[in-house]
Every structure is written in structure tokens, then in C-alpha cells.
Design a protein around this ligand. Structure first.
Ligand code: CA
Length: 228
């Protein structure tokens, strides 16, 4: 899941980037309405966190311009608690709003609700619970179980597993995994993918009778149930 935070207060923007990354999201930040609008229009984000008070073009103007081409879910942040601003935001196409100052946990909860709604029956083609053999991954509750046992995964391990499961039986290269899960360009000096795969295997496969995550030499990794 890829989020764009449009917030001009550098400290708050950094805090949101860090916190949401730890929750397992890939996070981009824009510090002005112009930059944010450009990024939101050019790239496909799953959700926008949009501050209302921005220099230049403000949040409502960004929202109005964005809505001409995109229906990306938007969570607006506002320092003003006046009812008129909330109404204007919602009329302008915001999906939800949060009044500053807010608790980080509430922000995360609101984001989850909006993502669930966006991925739900309304326009959703993708199921939110994925299965292969005795592995089950709930993308919304961010919970993975194998043979009924809960797997204790970090946010990145969960994202890695989700991606492999979504594309099960397909061989995914290290480069692709690095880009999709870590949002970075693959650097041959780093073995971050291999390390993460090894850790994931320790939790996903080692405690159980047969492996689901396989290495395809020279190509990458594939998640599938194999006859043994
Ligand atoms: Ca602001």
C-alpha cells in the first residue's frame, strides 16, 4: 500500500512518514500543494493524507483539482475544528477528516477504514483474505496464520509475504521485491531482500512440515504449495 502525505510542516511530515512506514506502508511526502497535486496525479497512490492549510494552493484546492481526474481516497487534516471547514472538505470530495492535533493511532485507524472501504465490494476485485494450502493472510487485519497458528511478522515481512501470496506461483525477482516492498531501486551491494526472505522463512516455513516459499536459482522467489 502506497500513501502520499501532503503536509508543509516538516516535523509533522517526517513524523508521519516514519510512523506510517513502521506500520508497513510505503510513504511519499510532499511539502506543498503544488508538489502534492503533481505527485498524486502522476502516480497511483492508495490513499492521500492531505493537510488543509498549505502555502500556495491549500488543501481544498488540491482536492478539487485532484477530483477532476482521480478518485484516490483522501483523508484531510485540519487545524480548524469549525464545522464549515469539515463540511466544505467532505463536499469537496474528502473521504474523511481528522482535526489536529490527533493521536497517531487514530490516524492509522482512519487510514485502515478508508483503505478497507476502497478495497471493499464497491469497486474491489481483489479479495482481502488470501490463502494457499494451510496459509491464510488477512490483508486488512494484517494477520497471517499457518495451520491455524498466528505468525509473528514484522511490517516488512508481512508486506513481503502479502506480495508473494498475491502473485502466488509467479517467480518474483529480488529487484521487483525490493521495489515493491522497500520502495527502493535494487542495489547489488545490498542483500536486504535475501535477509528478509531468510527471516520470513524462519517463521513461515521452518516450524511447519513443508515449505511454501521457494528459491528459483538465478531468478528469484515463488510462493506456492508443491507436491512433495
Ligand atoms: Ca499546514
Amino acid at each position: 500500500m502506497k500513501l502520499l502525505v501532503i503536509e508543509d510542516e516538516i516535523k509533522l511530515a517526517d513524523y508521519l512518514r516514519k510512523g506510517l512506514s513502521e506500520e508497513g506502508y510505503v510513504v511519499d511526502v510532499a511539502h506543498s500543494g503544488i508538489d502534492g497535486l503533481h505527485m498524486a496525479t502522476e502516480a497511483d497512490y492508495d490513499l492521500l493524507v492531505l493537510d488543509g492549510m498549505l502555502p500556495g494552493i491549500d488543501g481544498l484546492a488540491v482536492l478539487a483539482a485532484l477530483r477532476q481526474s482521480k478518485q484516490t481516497p483522501v483523508l484531510m487534516l485540519t487545524a480548524r475544528s469549525q464545522i464549515e471547514d469539515r463540511v466544505r472538505g467532505l463536499q469537496g470530495g474528502a473521504d474523511d477528516y481528522l482535526v489536529k492535533p490527533f493521536a497517531f493511532s487514530e490516524l492509522v485507524a482512519r487510514i485502515q477504514v478508508l483503505l478497507r472501504r476502497a478495497g471493499g465490494p464497491r469497486n474491489g476485485s481483489e479479495p482481502t483474505v488470501l490463502k494457499v494450502a494451510d496459509l491464510e493472510v488477512d490483508l486488512i487485519r494484517r494477520k497471517a496464520t499457518r495451520a491455524g497458528q498466528r505468525l509473528d511478522l514484522t511490517a516488512k515481512e508481512f508486506n513481503l509475504l502479502s506480495l508473494l501470496l498475491r502473485r502466488q506461483t509467479e517467480v518474483l525477482s529480488r529487484t521487483e521485491l525490493a521495489e515493491q516492498v522497500w520502495d527502493m531501486n535494487f542495489d547489488s551491494e545490498t542483500n536486504v531482500v535475501e535477509v528478509a526472505v531468510r527471516r520470513l522463512r524462519g517463521k513461515l516455513d521452518q516450524p511447519f512440515q513443508w515449505p511454501l516459499l521457494h528459491t528459483v536459482r538465478g531468478m528469484g522467489y515463488v510462493l506456492e504449495a508443491r507436491e512433495s
